[in-house]
Design a protein around this ligand. Structure first.
Ligand code: IMP
Ligand code: MG
Length: 177
């Protein structure tokens, strides 16, 4: 029995994830024809999504990473976000596509949008693998969305519970939840 099966139940399997990401990649490929696109992955949660999405985009893109950590009150972010790893290149004049794992309260994305806008890019759009609309505290524009999920704590495919389960190839729900 795989190590995770006692604790984690599959919510979105690997084939379903990959098929949806390929669709998003095609949309992005259409939308950014002739543009200088930089995909900014938000660490650590979005690394798997970012790399699979990047491979599904048929354009000469640039990849960047940004790490953010938010102060949590329980399982929920307080909206106070800190940059733990910053971009290594100037974003002035670039078309930025943020690749995020999940938009929950929306507070992290609000921070990211404000922070990146201050660097004067040509445009900023948001791609998120998951959205949990039930918990939204602020409205953030989402341009490319993988799946809308219920208000459940999910792990896998980059998402963690106490830094564990990020390497699962699917999105799962903790059985204790
Ligand atoms: P927000 O600021 O509340 O939208 O939270 C966004 C961040 O919280 C995400 O980038 C995740 O790192 C984390 N997060 C939110 N919901 C979950 C979840 O269900 N599982 C794992 N991490 C989550
Ligand atoms: Mg995250």
């Amino acid at each position: 029995m795989p190590y995770f099966e006692r604790d984690v139940e599959v919510l979105i399997d690997s084939a379903t994830l990959q098929a949806r990401i390929v669709e998003l990649g095609k949309e992005i490929t259409r939308d950014y024809q002739g543009k200088d696109l930089t995909v900014v992955g938000i660490m650590k949660g979005s690394i798997f999504f970012m790399t699979d999405l990047a491979k599904a985009i048929d354009l000469p893109i640039t990849l960047e990473l940004m790490g953010v950590s938010s102060y949590h009150g329980g399982t929920e972010t307080t909206g106070e976000v800190r940059i733990s790893f910053d971009l290594t290149k100037p974003m002035h004049g670039k078309h930025i596509l943020i690749a995020e794992d999940i938009i929950d309260t929306g507070l992290t994305m609000k921070f990211l949008l404000e922070n990146l806008a201050a660097r004067h890019p040509a445009s900023i759009k948001v791609a998120t693998l998951l959205e949990k609309p039930a918990r939204a505290k602020t409205k953030v524009p989402i341009d490319y969305k993988g799946f809308v999920i219920e208000d459940k704590f999910v792990v896998g495919y980059g998402l963690d519970y106490g830094e564990k389960y990020r390497n699962l190839p699917f999105i799962g729900v903790m059985r204790s939840e």
